[in-house]
Design a protein around this ligand. Structure first.
Ligand code: NAP
Length: 288
């Protein structure tokens, strides 16, 4: 039987419609438009395209997106000054520091400078702690929230399910595992030192792969009835194709549901970044 395709593009369209109406209603009532500031330092090509996507999506739902593009040789102190000024600017509701940064800048220090109440990427220590302790008041990294939103949109309940997350980065793997735990899943985390990963994947109800290696998950790792979420993005420089971690052609005929790449988690990440922003805008995320 053909698997259920967990279509991130369609889900983004379905949910963003409500977000657009929400913003529109607020603006009609005299509120300012929500505003996201994206701070980019230097000229990373992939960042340019991610920022274009965020700007296009944000503006489609009525969010003002400020792209603050700083030169690659700017000092750390000057970036800090920029972030601090955005922190105190009441017309700015969310701030993201586009990664990667030029090597000589201290990523942790600059992320930490973002006020946690505007940290819509959910990366400051207060928001990380909030997710760790299971608080509803913290901002969750957009990819993790996007994965959960995608599952919920297809009525897939993670409560009581065995979820394996492959990858343990601070940006994707760890927050996704913590969010699944908060949603009452039983969670395993695999990484590059985990032997026999197939023993974990075959045992799981839901497999979330965030590794960044094409064909990492093949028919060898899956069985019928499972849900597979592919977070990986690898751009093939030869043919410019975007590939996930999962061998879709091999895995899709076996499993119950699968998210494609492209068109799965990617659009959900953009959507959830703006869900975070609107939460801040409506003050749903109260100061920790
Ligand atoms: P990352 O920081 O490079 O982390 C990759 C993780 O994969 C690490 O934890 C690493 O384990 C693990 N890993 C590497 N080789 C492995 C192996 N052979 N077996 C098991 N685990 C292995 O990358 P990331 O930032 O988490 O991103 C992961 C992927 O998701 C990338 O392809 C990225 O482009 C993509 N991504 C997609 C979205 C989206 O919106 N779709 C958003 C963000 C990221 P160790 O910790 O042991 O090294």
């Amino acid at each position: 039987m053909a698997p259920l395709i967990l279509d991130g593009k369609k889900t983004q369209r379905d949910i963003s419609e409500g977000m657009r109406h929400f913003v529109n209603d607020h603006v009609k009532k005299g509120f300012v438009n929500p505003c996201l500031a994206i701070v980019q330092v230097g000229d990373d090509k992939a960042s340019d395209s991610y920022i274009r996507n965020k700007k296009k999506f944000g503006e489609s739902i009525g969010v003002q997106v400020l792209h603050i593009h700083l030169p690659k040789d700017i000092s750390e102190a000057e970036v800090l000054t920029e972030i601090k000024s955005l922190n105190t600017d009441e017309s700015v509701h969310g701030i993201i520091l586009q990664l990667p940064l030029p090597r000589d800048l201290n990523k942790e220090l600059l992320i930490e400078a973002i006020h946690h109440s505007k940290d819509v990427d959910g990366l400051t220590s207060k928001n990380v702690k909030g997710l760790w302790v299971g608080s509803d008041k913290s901002l969750v990294p957009a990819t993790s929230r996007g994965i959960l939103t995608l599952l919920k949109h297809y009525n897939i309940d993670v409560r009581g399910k065995k979820v394996v997350v492959i990858g343990r980065s601070a940006l994707v793997g760890k927050p996704t595992a913590m969010l699944m735990l908060k949603e009452n899943a039983t969670v395993s985390i695999c990484h590059s030192e985990t032997p026999n990963i197939e023993t974990y994947t075959l045992d799981a109800d839901i497999i979330i792969s965030a590794v960044g290696r094409p064909r990492f998950i093949t028919s060898y790792h899956v069985r019928p009835g499972q849900i597979v979420i592919d977070v990986g993005i690898t751009i093939d420089t030869m043919d410019k194709v975007c590939k996930g971690d999962v061998d879709f052609a091999e895995v899709a005929p076996i499993v119950k549901a699968i998210s494609p790449v492209p068109g799965g988690v990617g659009p959900m990440t953009v959507l959830s970044l703006f869900q975070n922003l609107l939460d801040v805008y409506t003050k749903k995320v109260i100061q920790l």
